[in-house]
Design a protein around this ligand. Sequence first.
Ligand SMILES: NC(=O)c1ccc[n+]([C@@H]2O[C@H](COP(=O)([O-])OP(=O)(O)OC[C@H]3O[C@@H](n4cnc5c(N)ncnc54)[C@H](OP(=O)(O)O)[C@@H]3O)[C@@H](O)[C@H]2O)c1
Length: 265
Amino acid sequence: MGLTQLGVIGGGGWLGKALLLPALADGAVAGEALTVSSRSAPVAGFEPWAVRQTKDNAALAADADIVMLSVRPQDLDAIRLDLTGKLVISVMAMVPLAELAARFKARRVIRAMPNAAAEKRLSFTPWLASPETTVADCAFAERFFRASGMAQRVETEADLDYFTALTGSGPAFLAAFADAMISDAVTKGIERDIAERAVRQLFLGGSALMADSGQTPAEIMQTYLAYAGTTAAGLEAMAAADIRTPIARGLTAAAARAAAGTNSR
Ligand SMILES: NC(=O)c1ccc[n+]([C@@H]2O[C@H](COP(=O)([O-])OP(=O)(O)OC[C@H]3O[C@@H](n4cnc5c(N)ncnc54)[C@H](OP(=O)(O)O)[C@@H]3O)[C@@H](O)[C@H]2O)c1
C-alpha cells in the first residue's frame, strides 16, 4: 500500500504554509505524498521537499486520500468537488461540519482551528471530528496539528466556536493587552520604541514562565498577592477596576461571531 496522499487546497497561503512546513519537517506528511493548490501556483517555500503544486483542484482531489481546505471563506463557493469516500479536513473559520459534509458529499470530516502562532510551532489547535471518522483519521489529525503546536480534540461545534475566540483570536487579544501597557508607558514619558521592546520581551518572558510553571495562572497571581509588594498593588487595582469583565465581554463577542457564522451557513 502506498503513502496516504494529502491534497491541500489553498496550501500555499499564510496558514497553509504555517501548518505544512512544520508537518513536512517533522515527517507528519511526506513531501512525495503532498499536493498543494492555489490559483497562482507554484508558490515558494516548499523547495526542500518533493511537494507537487497545481492550479487544478479536481486533479488534486482525484489523487488524494485526504483533502484539506485552507482557503478564505469567501473563496469556498468556487470549489465544487465530490469528495465521497475521502477524509475532508478544514481549517476554515465559520464553516460547520454539516456544511462541509453536504458541500463535498463527505462523511468523514474534521474541522480544526489553529492560530497565528502555528508559524512558530506554538499554535493551540482544537479539532472536531464527525462521528464517521476512523481512529486512523483522528490519529492523522492529531499528529498533523501537533507538528505546529499543541492539538486538542473537542467534542462539540459550540466548543470549537468558543476556541475560535479564545485561542483562534487569542494572539490579537494579547496584542491588545500589550498595546494598552505600551500606551500607558508612553503617557509616563517612556520612549515608544523602548516601551515596545520592553513589553514584547515581557510577554515572551512571562509566557515562558507561565508555560512550564507548576502553578496555575491563578496560583501565580496569589503568590504575588501574598508577597504584598508593587505587583500586588497593581493586581489589586486591576481587580478593583474589574479587568475580568471586559476580557469576558471580548471573548463572548468573538465566540458569538464565530457561532453566528457557523449557524448562519
Ligand atoms: N490566518 C490565521 O491566523 C487563521 C487562523 C485560523 C484559521 N484560519 C483560516 O484559514 C483559512 C485560510 O486563511 P489564510 O490566512 O491562510 O488566507 P490566505 O493567506 O489568503 O490563504 C488562502 C489561500 O487560498 C488560495 N486559494 C483561494 N482560492 C483558491 C482556489 N479556488 N483554489 C486553490 N487555492 C485557492 C489562495 O491563493 P491564490 O489566491 O493564489 O489562489 C491563498 O494562497 C481561512 O478560511 C481562515 O478562516 C486562518
